[in-house]
Design a protein around this ligand. Structure first.
Ligand SMILES: [Zn+2]
Length: 710
């Protein structure tokens, strides 16, 4: 909610009640609502309604007051620009007020035509006079900031506040790398640069992803995250939030000749080292290939591909001389306008909540919405990310929610609009529950301790995971089917030629050759590769099954320990825990996988199509005679002369294995300087702790005599 919208000019949506006491009541209600939401937005950075909804209420109030000026009150939100100086920030009186520009909410071409016509009228131009030159740029969706440079050095950075008095946020602004602390090649007595602090969409997504993984509160949109960071009282936290900046105008200037046009001013600012957005142009008039309408359209089409949010474009009469002739009306310049695009956040209702199963088996709750137009497209679904986030936002079926769609990011539900009149903290009783079975394949759904996501355990059997499972099975490190890549897997699965892993082995040359762009020769190669893949090893086969948490190393350990697949399939969690490096999470994951009858079935069928495996990689035999065969090591701290990689290579060359965490089964902890919690853990568990010298001694030991040497 940039303050620009507070000056909207179209008195839309005003339906004056006839009864006067009813009218007074309605006005009071609107003022209270607007004050409440402005407080949530400006002071608490926690808006509950989208900007478009705020604008609608504001305009309703404005229109009612215009129709009944006698009912206007001094404390009405229409009478002042809101924005409270937070405790903890020093107030800064702006040398020149930070005004806002008028907003054109007509998102069609007519919005640009109307502005051009108004400017021409004000200047007394006739139809035969030449087109007006405009500087056209983007309207960034961030936080307006005034940067005050004195003798070329950044002296103060302040928020807009109420336009007259803002907050001193210099400390936080200094953490934004893009903002020069000293101007390049210029030292005017005073140069105030105005612009927008914003957060790139990818930075915003990864910030929210981190918040989500930690189970922390996520931010509603990039603008809010940016505003929160700028007004963060702790600069260290502000510095962790990735912010960017674009310059677009001036405040006070002393001792510097301001260029004659706005476009030349932006060029000059850029030369001084200030970031200026490249997406700008000099337009001639409103119509034609170089006009405002064309710019509005072109940027509208590219809006989703831009790396940051915009909510419109801005037109400014390019000539400063003409700007001065046009002057101001109330507090807005007549020579500029912001021409909006459809809002990226809207209100709608959650009709139901479904589950979507992803390629990795992750279950995502998705809200099915009453169709709504957001950011230029119709949206009917929005992601709720995971059960925990959904609960934190208190989303329920039937609720009115704010949906956000920006860029190519999947639309998401960012919050719930509380029912009017209901207490803010009514108890939340969810009316949606995670299914216990996968809606695609009916396999068990699990959530591991410490994880926020629920997952389907179906693996190979789950249609949603089939492509991923086939590629995993066929990769070089698993059973290796040469030539079975993504494109072929897409064709096989989409064409329903392969529904289960064993069906892969029933494809003949004829079926394969019938596929798009598949020559006979390639089909023969694939069949040959499939034949070859039938002779594999147990670790590769196990790894290829794609059991969660069973990587190559664990697959080798399991094969070494149990020797046969049937013994692994039937092992209890306790028996699995006896394997090197297998902890409770891995043991449970293996057990859950083989508890699914269809997963056992897949193994049986693969056997029946002729897959055979030897129990170990041939090299294992030789390894068992190495001095440290079967021994596990944990490295911690900095060793005096060996890098971690060197130490690891030495240990492995001696047949040992390096693992990440200390358990009772760890044989040695090799500790260097500044060893941390792993050392404590080792002592607690009574695991041998050795230093680099002892490690070297150990690795140079003679091979065990009973195996006759390496
Ligand atoms: Zn499933």
């Amino acid at each position: 909610m940039d303050q620009d919208h507070l000056f909207g000019d179209s008195p839309a949506g005003a339906q004056a009640p006839t009864d006067s006491s009813e009218l007074v009541q309605r006005l009071a209600q609107l003022r209270e609502q607007l004050q409440h939401h402005a407080h949530l937005y400006y002071t608490l950075d926690a808006p509950q309604i989208p900007d478009a909804e705020y604008d609608r209420l504001f305009k309703q109030l404005q229109a009612l007051e215009e129709a009944h000026p006698e009912l206007r009150t001094a404390d009405s939100p229409t009478q002042r620009v809101l924005g409270k100086v937070l405790d903890g920030f020093a107030a800064v009186r702006h040398a020149m007020p930070m005004l806002s520009i008028r907003t054109e909410t007509d998102t069609e071409a007519s919005g640009a035509l109307a502005f051009d016509a108004r400017v021409r009228r004000e200047l007394g131009l006739s139809e035969t006079d030449p087109a007006i030159e405009y500087a056209a740029e983007l309207k960034f969706d961030g936080l307006a900031i005034n940067l005050r440079y004195e003798h070329g050095v950044l002296a103060c950075a302040a928020t807009r506040g109420d336009g007259e008095v803002g907050e001193d946020v210099t400390q936080n602004i200094r953490t934004i790398g893009q903002i020069p602390l000293r101007l390049h090649g210029a030292e005017p007595v005073v140069l105030e640069v105005r612009g927008e602090v914003y957060m790139r969409r990818d930075d915003f997504e990864s910030l929210n992803e981190r918040q989500r993984e930690r189970g922390d509160k996520t931010f509603v949109n990039p603008r809010n995250a940016a505003a929160g960071a700028v007004r963060q009282l702790d600069p260290a936290i502000a510095a962790q939030r990735p912010l960017s900046f674009f310059a677009y105008g001036l405040g006070e200037v002393r001792g510097w000749d301001v260029p004659a046009t706005h476009s030349a001013l932006l060029d000059a600012l850029q030369r001084m080292g200030l970031p200026v957005c490249a997406e700008r142009t000099v337009a001639q008039g409103a119509e034609g290939p170089t006009g405002l309408v064309a710019f509005h359209r072109a940027m509208g089409a590219r809006r989703d591909q831009l790396p940051f949010d915009i909510d419109g474009v801005v037109y400014k009469v390019n000539s400063r001389e003409l700007q001065q002739r046009l002057g101001f009306v109330t507090r807005e310049p007549r020579w500029a306008v912001a021409h909006k695009y459809p809002a990226q956040e809207q209100l709608t209702q959650v009709e139901s909540i479904d589950i979507q199963v992803g390629r990795t088996g992750k279950l995502t709750p998705v809200a099915r919405l009453k169709r709504v137009f957001v950011g230029g497209v119709t949206v009917t679904n929005a992601t709720l990310h995971n059960l925990f986030e959904m609960r934190r936002k208190r989303v329920r079926v039937g609720d009115t929610v704010i949906v956000r769609r920006a860029g190519d990011v999947i639309p998401e539900v960012v919050g719930v609009v509380p029912v009017e009149g209901s207490a803010a903290r009514t108890p939340y009783v969810p009316n949606f529950h995670m299914p216990r079975q996968c809606p695609v394949c009916a396999s068990a759904v699990v959530r591991e301790p410490g994880e926020v996501n629920h997952r389907c355990t179906g693996g190979l059997f789950c249609a949603a995971q089939r492509k991923q499972a086939l590629l995993h099975f066929a990769q070089r490190r698993a059973v290796e089917v040469e030539g079975l890549g993504e494109k072929l897997v897409d064709q096989l699965v989409d064409g329903a030629l392969v529904r289960t892993l064993p069906e892969l082995y029933k494809l003949g040359v004829a079926k394969l050759a019938a596929l798009d762009r598949m020559a006979d020769k390639s089909a023969q190669n694939i069949v040959a590769a499939l034949e070859k893949s039938k002779h594999t090893t147990l670790p590769r086969f196990l790894y290829g099954l794609g059991i969660r948490h069973v990587g190559e190393a664990t697959a080798k350990d399991l094969a070494r320990h149990f020797g046969q697949i049937d013994r692994i399939m039937d092992a209890t969690e306790e028996q699995l825990l006896a394997v090197n490096d297998v902890g409770p999470i891995v043991a449970k994951s293996i057990r859950t996988f083989f508890d699914q009858p269809h997963n056992r079935e897949v193994v049986e069928q693969l056997r029946s199509v002729g897959i055979t495996w030897v129990e170990h990689e041939p090299v294992q035999v030789a390894q068992s005679s190495l001095p440290q065969a079967g021994k596990t090591f944990v490295l911690t701290g900095t060793l005096p002369s060996l890098s971690r990689e060197e130490a690891k290579a030495m240990i492995e060359a001696a047949g040992g294995k390096v693992v990440g965490s200390v358990s009772k089964k760890t044989h040695y902890v090799v500790a260097g300087d500044e060893a941390g919690s792993k050392l404590d853990k080792a002592r607690e568990l009574g695991v041998s702790v050795i230093d680099e010298d002892e490690l070297r001694a150990l690795l140079h030991a003679e091979p065990r005599s009973d195996h006759g040497g390496a």
